[in-house]
Design a protein around this ligand. Structure first.
Ligand SMILES: [Zn+2]
Length: 313
């Protein structure tokens, strides 16, 4: 089955260690590799620009990762830049043979409010943006910022400019107030690219039932993530825990809004059985043992395909 994955952090790893070879390495430092995507039959992989602490939060840092995306990821044979609904169909539609790479930005810090940088990244393929990572920045507070404030005035205008450009808004990592401010302001449905259900695992990065219901009611998309401590607080997480979160979102009415966002390369501990994209077939088998095939197809790529073809210009 063809797979869509809404979040990984391979770009910041490649930025940190220029010796890593995305096209060739497998089983090494990178979780997401060309070989791994082929092994997992991943048709669409989102690649996040994420500027870590210790690296200057500047447009240059974000643009350097965009350059890595073009120079390394897109230069691999059979990789296609996903910018439009037609691109999504080419990588997830019937008979698709190419693999798609979608450029996203995790945290607007590095833009420093510079709209030219946003427009330039859009020209380089940026099609999804998370306003902040865990901390506060000029646009919004993150979920780990004790102040818990929502969108700033600048953040509001960033959401509006993203929507005008055709950049989807990702609400993962936002403070609760930031989530609700964004939900109220946004004219397009939102994505939570990598988050789970807080009522099953009480990590603040997970979404409350009210947030999940709101995301679903507005036609949004929720990428269930494989971060082990977002799945299970008490013991090592396994594929069964992924299924518990899927089941819970279904119980909240979200069966047709579920996708996956692994967070591979953004984690250093793993869910047992899910160490890289090549393990997606094992997840598919586990889902198929419990749910009807059309639903499983939807979760693995159909819902992401529908959402992205509907909402990418
Ligand atoms: Zn993240």
């Amino acid at each position: 089955m063809r797979i869509a994955d809404l979040h990984c952090d391979a770009l910041s790893k490649l930025d940190r260690d220029p010796k890593l070879d995305w096209a060739e390495s497998s089983g090494g430092e990178l979780d997401v590799t060309a070989e791994g995507l082929a092994g997992g039959n991943v048709g669409l992989q989102a690649f996040a620009i994420w500027v870590p602490a210790g690296t200057p939060k500047t447009p240059e840092s974000a643009l350097r990762q965009a350059a890595i995306f073009h120079d390394k990821i897109l230069s691999a044979p059979g990789m296609r830049l996903v910018q439009s609904g037609a691109d999504v169909e080419a990588v997830l539609g019937p008979g698709a043979s190419e693999r798609g790479a979608l450029l996203t930005l995790e945290g607007a810090d590095a833009l420093r409010g510079e709209r030219w940088a946003l427009r330039l990244l859009h020209r380089l393929g940026l099609r999804m943006l998370g306003l902040t990572w865990n901390e506060a920045n000029w646009a919004c507070d993150g979920i780990m910022e004790p102040r818990g404030a929502g969108l700033t005035k600048e953040g509001r205008s960033l959401v509006a400019e993203c929507e005008a450009l055709g950049i989807l808004i990702d609400v993962s990592h936002l403070s609760e107030k930031g989530f609700w401010d964004t939900a109220e302001l946004a004219r397009r449905p939102l994505i939570a690219s990598h988050a789970n259900a807080r009522s099953l695992c009480p990590h603040p990065r997970n979404l409350t039932d009210d947030q999940i219901r709101a995301l679903v009611a507005a036609g949004g998309l929720m990428g269930i993530t494989f971060v082990p401590f977002f799945l299970q607080a008490l013991r090592p997480a396994g594929i069964d825990d992924v299924l518990r979160h899927v089941e819970h979102v279904c119980a909240l009415g979200g069966a047709n809004h579920i996708a996956f966002g692994s967070d591979f390369d953004g984690i250093d501990t793993y869910t047992v059985g899910l160490a890289g994209p090549a393990d997606y077939p094992a997840l598919a088998d586990a889902l198929l043992s419990r749910y009807p095939e059309p639903l499983v197809r939807g979760w693995l790529s159909g819902h992401a395909r529908r959402f992205l073809t509907d909402h990418l210009k």
